[in-house]
Design a binder for this molecule. Structure first.
Ligand code: TZP
Ligand code: MG
Length: 220
């Protein structure tokens, strides 16, 4: 838990792929969700040809700029550089944060996933600007996510280190407040927004829950 511009940016962190959007394009979904208050956007595309990622990534970046929201690329530092994205998000088996930092320089955002205290410790020594902690709850969005870690890990991590932390995995408007009460600065979601028939409505509802929970925190 930290009061920084980045902790405000991760309040409602939308993660999307290019294909997992039903009959809607990623750009349409992102536009509707950004209009209703999504605070950060990550393009997490593991399958599409690189030229497609670059093309749609450029459109998503322009959209994020319009809404003054950071645009983050999952895994691929090369894509982040080519698109001049605001940063990357990497997992424990991806390019190490310190190497990403060497390539991206001091001003870009580096997010690192952690599912245990040890992983968080590694991230802390690897240039992380924020941590993605999870999967908090069971999720079918990421097949290799591992089993749910629950909300306690968020508390342990934010109790030990001063770094913005976002919970991810199976988070919806019902359980989002638990994640915030456990110590997260925000929630990162895929299906709660992307798979909702009305992504704008879903984003707005989620942001309300997150902000209400943050407002109840001691010190606010
Ligand atoms: N990393 C850990 S869980 C997860 C990722 C990318 C998937 C989150 O998707 P959803 O639909 O919000 O559970
Ligand atoms: Mg990864």
């Amino acid at each position: 838990v930290v009061n920084s511009p980045l902790s405000a940016s991760i309040q409602l962190y939308m993660v999307l792929s290019l294909d997992g959007c039903g009959d809607r394009t990623a750009l349409e979904i992102a536009q509707e969700a950004l209009a209703e208050g999504v605070t950060m956007l990550q393009l997490r595309e593991k399958q599409a040809p690189l030229r497609e990622i670059l093309k749609q990534g450029a459109q998503l970046k322009a959209l994020c700029q319009q809404y003054k929201v950071p645009f983050i690329i999952n895994d691929r530092v090369d894509v982040a550089l080519l698109l001049d994205a605001d940063g990357v998000h990497v997992g424990q088996d991806d390019i190490p944060g310190n190497e990403a930092r060497r390539l991206l320089g001091p001003d870009k955002i580096i997010g690192i996933s952690a599912g245990t205290l040890l992983e968080a410790e590694w991230a802390m020594s690897n240039s992380a600007d924020y941590l993605g902690v999870g999967p908090i709850y069971t999720t079918s969005t990421k097949k290799d996510a591992g089993s749910a870690v629950g909300t306690a890990l968020i508390g342990e991590i934010t109790g030990r280190w001063r770094i913005p932390a976002v919970g991810i995995g199976g988070i919806d408007p019902i359980n989002a407040s638990e994640v915030i009460h456990a110590g997260a600065d925000g929630v990162a979601v895929v299906s709660a927004i992307c798979s909702h028939p009305d992504p704008g409505y879903a984003a707005k509802a989620m942001l309300t829950v997150v902000r209400n929970a943050l407002a109840l925190r001691p010190g606010n």
